[in-house]
Ligand binder design. Sequence first.
Ligand SMILES: [Zn+2]
Length: 424
Amino acid sequence: MSSTPFGDAILARSDELARHSDVPLADVPAGAARPLTVTYLTEAHRACAADLAAWMRDDGFDEVGIDAVGNVVGLLRGTDPAEPRLLTGSHYDTVRNAGRYDGRLGIFVAMACVRELARQGRRLPFDLEVVGFAEEEGQRFAATFIGSGALVGGFDPAWLALRDADGITLDEAMRAAGHDPAAVAALRRDPARYRGFIEVHIEQGPVLSRAGLPLGVVTAINGSVRFVGEMHGMACHAGTTPMGQRRDAATGVAELALYVERRASQVPLLVGTVGQMHVPDGSINVVPGRCRFSLDLRAPGDDLRDALVADVLAELAAIAGRRGLTYTLQETMRASAAPSDPVLQRRLERAVAATGTPVLRLPSGAGHDAMKLHEAMPQAMLFMRGDNDGISHNPLEAINAADTQLAVEAFLHFLTQLAEEPTP
Ligand SMILES: [Zn+2]
């Protein structure tokens, strides 16, 4: 028998689930790999839900269903109905041209634990609810966290009017998939019935890979703020305008980008990015008169994030003042940091240590379903190393069976701890 049976089984299931994609086979050039794209409520998406539900039944869940937003929900009953439930899971939708493990790993790890408990004929005292969330990535409609949002009362009925690229409304897509939008409100969970939410996810970054460690425990999901802006100077002749007499919008943005890099680097775990710089109608022989830019600022705490934002905005004003520029700036997104529940985080740390690997704590730079559940209940996350330096949202995304085996063993240990030591 293989020494990594859980890992092997999860890699096999990941490959099998990846055969469903929105990209028609006819559009794939001969010999090329079919890109993996599974967006909300497409045919491929519904086929994924059906596979997950069938596998859950096979794994020994007591109840399996697909809810009104398309979440696949499996329940393993505990021995004591008075005990609060544990909720876990992650998303099964993908970005366009995705990897196979983003989201799906967290569903498969929890399912592997249920399969193992069933094999041992063991029951936990508390109910274990595993959810494959239908939508997290915001690819088809301009809404994100449709799946996990529904569990915390975060499904906005105004979304039903949103249209996808083909003009189909969310309302039409849901009805075509057999879902009743009016039934979504009832999916809201009563936090009093839950002890918390745990999400297992690939790290989607290089930290664990570079530390040479398979698992990490998340301390907080970073809070973030995004802006888009435009710097205004004066377009003029690149040959005749002396350097001291220019009002170059692009060098103003470049100076801002360098400041963001410097300021974010001063405090561990802060990240700041100017991801877009665009000179509209720019020419090789014209000093840029306009430059559009974006700002993405993240930190593991709202206070750290807000201090970063305040400094960046002050520097933006100072740069513009020095250079004779003006600018517009619009905030497009603001999300609060979601610190992990200290008790659940400590339990995950003990579970990782029990697998014989050192415990590395790290913040999550990416948003996750756990961020949504955080609005209603305590949450914590277990990260698993990605191979290829942790690359994600890319077909090069990769994991290995040995790491995956350890993730399942850590999760099983976590469940046993909760069962045997109710007070940590
Ligand atoms: Zn994800």
